[in-house]
Write a protein that binds this ligand. Structure first.
Ligand code: SAH
Length: 773
């Protein structure tokens, strides 16, 4: 009886025919097919009638086959690979529908290109896979794109047919971009050309690099899922899950790619659209959120550019923000948490501190030359931390899209890559242009970098969240990156700010304070450091804090503070040129100098080794009879001390016990007319006998090396009460700093972030909200 066999001929030569296909061809009187297929099958076709048309004449070819079969002939219509996969079978059946008396039609399976290619590559299709043709001749590109997005986000292995032709170059580029937005750049990709045919080529590469390979219409591309790996023989394997009791990559029940679920990297980076968008604070809050659920978590910031540093228990120097984050994790700070700290000392120079110790002062060129070494130390510190903690919260630096600095990046996405972790992008709505910040930042990233961005956090919001919704929808639609929360501005606590950009923000703490309050003026030295020293003053209800840059601003100040400086000698020059110099000398009220400020209050300041700047010697304000020489070794210690008599006169009624921390190069010697301020009892935990600071004979001017002096509640209250009495204001009882602003911060974030998603990103099993308080 006449029949039309629609025969899948496999990927190429007759060797790949199934027996069934072979016998169908053998039984046919007439063989219809595309010229090259007929040639491939030539050994089987001797003595048969052959009907061949060109490639784009599929309809014609099928009609002819149907006509011949309907006329009583036994016909084999050849279709490459499997006839039912982008082949002739469907078309034949469609056309047969139009016929009044169609012939009998039998579809015979063949080995499809995806199977042939997979076998050549290893075992990439061992788990759920999606097959997508990139040919938009018959399918609108928007449909193809939608399918790519869906397959990408659902972690299917993706096999691409018709990946590229001479006239269709862009589609594969788009496909790569879509996949990269959901998968790691290192995802294995297999590329097979002419599978099972003469000229076969095979390559296993990565998602990021796949376009470097030759890809054409005889090529099949297979993109792995999140579990696919390359074995030691270079074969691509997607585990079925037998060995590990899970289903082929996606861990847990989520249907999202590994990268945006429990990433298992044990790390999460908080990057920003710019500096001062709130990365440090958000990182600290997330640290506390995890810590209070018992997660073993530590902060990490590879490179910090900040003047504001802290001292670790071993006496190393790190960025203040990481010390705060360590506190949020309820662990002691460690130099590994911030292996590189850059403290700008001059216009284009920075003191470079590596793993807590100064390695030198460098300009940009010398630091760039030093960077490979710095990155080794970064890696070393990171690895060490990672071995000690289950989870690392990594803070980025500045904007993650500083494309001009990318080549030398050791602080942002390079670190995320090292950690293999996802990234949260923090944008600051308070400074405006938040949607442009987000879209622009993502736009500037390379596809593989962008693939790491697992979510956006909009920070510092004030106003009605509903107004934001359309913008958020737009951003999500445009970038495909979810917004994981809008964090409202929170006035309820103040955390040490990280760098001087935040000075102006700190001054906002004055808002709403009464006239007639105690006014504290802090000289805003160009190289001011450790200005968090003054936060507790700002927290006092009747204290107004003012940063002073010009002589006029000194009017009405009750307590004048000269803060720490990273470059004491050049800041001395600033005092001269700004004209502050003389008004400081004439100032009648109480004057305090902290660290560099203490040195500035004295007489000679020598820096024979040019540790801080090119200047070797200068004369201070002469308000305290002390002299300072900068040494080579930096003193960095957490200390405890007892106030000496002069110190107690300065702040009558203060407890004698105080604590703080030292970070200084200089050693200061006292002249005969001043008396020491305090006696140190411990430095970095070890007992010492060492006097600190100096107080003028009338108790009006004093200096100390102790940062954090105003964090001593009793000392601060006693000093302020002395000022209040002078002003005729009522004294106040000792105010204690808010119990733990980090818990308030954590509560605040938990209210406004998609914590379930963030916990997934952290690889922490289930998120339970805190009990309502
Ligand atoms: N019915 C065929 C597919 C036809 S679509 C099948 O089941 O395999 C044509 C596409 O298939 C080509 O663009 C290419 O992507 C792929 N393809 C077919 N044969 C191939 C081979 N031998 N090697 C690699 N890719 C092949």
């Amino acid at each position: 009886m006449a029949v039309l066999f629609v025969v899948g001929t496999g990927p190429g030569t007759p060797a790949q025919l199934t027996f069934e296909a072979r016998s169908a061809i053998e039984s046919a009187e007439v063989v219809v097919g595309y010229g090259p297929y007929l040639e491939q099958m030539a050994p089987l076709l001797e003595g048969k009638e052959l009907v061949s048309t060109g490639m784009t004449h599929e309809v014609e070819r099928c009609r002819e086959a149907l006509r011949l079969a309907a006329a009583g002939r036994t016909v084999a219509l050849l279709s490459g690979g499997d006839a039912g996969i982008y082949g002739m079978a469907g078309l034949v059946l469609e056309l047969a529908e139009e016929l009044v008396e169609p012939p009998e039609i039998e579809v015979i399976a063949g080995v499809s290109a995806v199977q042939a290619a997979a076998a050549r590559l290893g075992a990439p299709l061992m788990h759920d896979f999606a097959v997508i043709s990139l040919s938009d001749l018959l399918t609108p590109w928007s449909t193809i794109e939608r399918r790519l997005v869906a397959a990408a986000s659902a972690d299917f292995v993706v096999a691409l047919y018709n990946p590229r032709s001479r006239g269709r170059q862009e589609q594969i580029v788009q496909a790569q971009r879509i996949l990269l937005a959901a998968r790691l750049a290192t995802t294995p990709v297999g590329i097979v050309r002419n599978a099972g045919r003469p000229g076969e080529e095979r390559l296993v590469t990565t998602l990021a690099e796949m376009l470097d390979a030759e890809i054409d219409m005889s090529t099949l591309v297979i993109i792995g899922n999140s579990a696919t790996f390359v074995d030691r023989d270079g074969r691509m394997v997607t585990p079925r899950g037998y060995g590990r009791g899970n289903g082929g990559g996606v861990q847990g029940s989520s249907d999202l790619p590994r990268q945006v679920t429990a990433c298992g990297s044990g790390a999460l980076m908080v990057g920003g659209t710019g500096s001062d968008v709130g990365k440090s604070v958000l990182t600290a809050g997330l640290c506390r959120i995890l810590a209070r659920r018992g997660v073993s978590v530590a902060p990490f910031k590879s490179q910090n550019m900040a003047l504001n540093s802290a001292v670790t228990p071993e006496g190393g120097e790190i960025g203040r923000a990481q010390a705060l984050q360590a506190e949020a994790c309820r662990i002691p700070p460690h130099v590994d948490m911030n292996p590189v700290l850059l403290k700008p000392t001059g216009e284009r120079r920075s003191q470079v501190i590596v793993q807590g110790k100064v390695v030198g002062t460098m300009d940009v060129a010398s630091y760039n030359a030093y960077k490979p070494e710095a990155f080794c130390r970064v890696r070393e510190s990171f690895d060490r931390l990672r071995s000690r903690f289950d989870m690392l919260l990594i803070e980025g630096a500045g904007s993650i899209a500083e494309i001009n600095l990318k080549a030398h990046d050791i602080a942002n996405l390079k670190v995320a890559e090292m950690a293999g972790c996802p990234v949260l992008l923090v944008a600051d709505i308070d400074r405006g242009g938040v949607f442009a910040q987000i879209v622009g930042t993502l736009e500037l990233l390379e596809p593989q970098e962008r693939a790491r961005i697992a979510g956006v956090i909009i920070n510092k919001f004030r106003g009605d969240p509903s107004l934001l919704a359309p913008g958020i929808d737009f951003v999500q639609g445009r970038t495909g990156v979810p917004v994981l929360g809008v964090v409202p501005w929170f006035d309820g606590f103040r955390l040490p700010a990280e760098d001087s950009v935040a000075l102006t923000q700190l001054a906002k703490g004055n808002r709403g304070k009464a006239e007639g309050a105690v006014v504290v003026g802090v000289i805003q030295l160009p190289r001011i450091s450790n200005f968090t020293d003054f936060d507790p003053l700002l927290d006092e209800e009747d204290v107004i804090l003012r940063y002073i840059q010009q002589p006029e601003e000194l009017a009405g100040v009750d307590l004048l503070i000269i803060p720490g400086s990273k470059a004491t000698l050049s800041d001395r020059e600033f005092l001269r040129t700004s004209g502050l110099d003389q008004v400081l000398i004439d100032f009648p009220g109480v004057i305090a100098g902290i660290c560099g400020g203490y040195q500035l209050l004295g007489g000679r300041i020598c820096d024979p080794l040019c540790m801080e700047s090119e200047l070797t010697e200068t004369t201070g304000l002469g308000l305290l009879d002390v002299a300072t020489v900068m040494g080579e070794e930096k003193t960095t210690h957490q200390v405890t001390a007892r106030l000496l008599t002069a110190g107690a006169v300065l702040a009558p009624g203060s407890s004698q016990e105080i604590s703080g921390y030292e970070i200084h190069l200089g050693e200061t010697t006292l002249g005969p007319t001043v008396t020491p301020f305090a006696r140190l009892q411990t430095r970095s935990g070890g007992d010492v006998e060492h006097e600190d600071g100096a107080v003028s004979p009338d108790g009006r001017v004093f200096g100390t090396y102790l940062h954090g002096i105003f964090h001593n509640d009793s000392f601060r209250t006693a000093l302020l009460n002395r000022l209040r009495r002078t002003k005729g204001l009522p004294e106040r009882p000792t105010t204690h700093r808010p119990v733990d602003p980090l818990d308030q911060l954590a509560d605040h974030l938990e209210r406004h972030l998609d914590m379930e998603r963030i916990f997934e990103l952290c690889g922490v099993k289930t998120y339970h909200p805190p009990a309502p308080s």
